[in-house]
Design a protein around this ligand. Structure first.
Ligand code: IPE
Ligand code: IPE
Ligand code: MG
Length: 243
């Protein structure tokens, strides 16, 4: 089966701009065009879930003008794309520490979350001010509260409780995780959700990421054998085990 849920760490905007002697923010603008291109293409290809790392919790440490530009670009993206999301049945939701976002960004996000809530053909998830370990912390906090209220016994806590307490509760596991720009790290992206994801690291910078690169990653995914702990021989005998 092809990948249902693709997650992308969109990296390399700054280097793209630097190579051209431009300000980093020019790279982010070009990166936003790549987001549009890939969202459109993923929808055309019938992908069910696309999660994009747009801004990490650590990115707040960047120069204030760059942070501001990234926030403005996000709001711009939401305003520009809303009609297309609606026309194509794409529901947009966000994960991350939304309380940390400036109010105008939070409101723009929530407006599009509401207006696309009925869309069923694809889900686009934006990770904004997201960090996986912090998300696990808030999940643990929820479970501890439940236990304190007597709704959960320690002995009963299972994987399902943890998964349901994460901000990604309604999402399937990540099948394929792509990071552009030659960096080979996860930077806190979906550590639990992508724990059995196929990882693909591409050398190109995010603004240069083309639909053909997306297709190549999907094709590479299809060629990998996902054994889920079993042997190749077992999978050949009972292919249904390879999800
Ligand atoms: C990714 O590009 C965009 C964000 C992190 C918001 P970068 O801005 O990290 O680009 P590089 O890594 O400096 O090239
Ligand atoms: C963080 O990118 C993830 C995003 C693309 C938003 P960075 O480029 O900031 O990641 P690190 O910290 O260098 O790994
Ligand atoms: Mg980077």
């Amino acid at each position: 089966m092809g990948a249902r849920h693709v997650a992308i760490i969109m990296d390399g905007n700054g280097r793209w701009a630097k190579q051209r002697g431009l300000d980093r923010t020019a790279g982010h603008k070009e990166g936003a065009k790549a987001v549009r291109r890939i969202v459109r293409h993923a929808r055309e290809q019938g992908l069910e879930w696309l999660t994009l790392f747009a801004f990490s919790s650590l990115n707040w440490a960047r120069p204030p003008y760059e942070v501001r530009e990234l926030m403005d670009l996000l709001v711009q993206f939401l305003a520009d794309e809303e009609p297309e999301l609606l026309a194509n049945g794409i529901r947009l939701t966000a994960i991350g520490e939304r309380a940390y976002l400036p109010r105008y960004v939070r409101e723009a996000l929530e407006r599009v979350e509401r207006s696309t809530a009925h869309c069923r053909d694809m889900r686009l998830v934006l990770a904004v001010s997201y960090d996986g370990r912090r998300d696990v912390v808030q999940a643990v906090r929820r479970l501890v509260h439940m236990a304190a209220r007597g709704e959960l016994l320690a002995a009963d806590v299972g994987e399902a409780h943890l998964m349901a307490a994460l901000s990604t509760a309604d999402m399937p596991d990540v099948d394929l995780l792509i990071r552009t720009s030659g960096e080979r790290r996860l930077s806190g992206f979906l550590p639990i959700e992508a724990c059995y994801a196929e990882l693909i690291f591409t050398e190109g910078l995010w603004p240069d990421f083309q639909t053909a690169d997306f297709d190549a990653a999907m094709a590479e995914y299809d060629h990998r054998e996902r054994r889920f702990g079993m042997t190749s021989a077992q999978l050949e005998a009972a292919p249904a085990f390879g999800r």
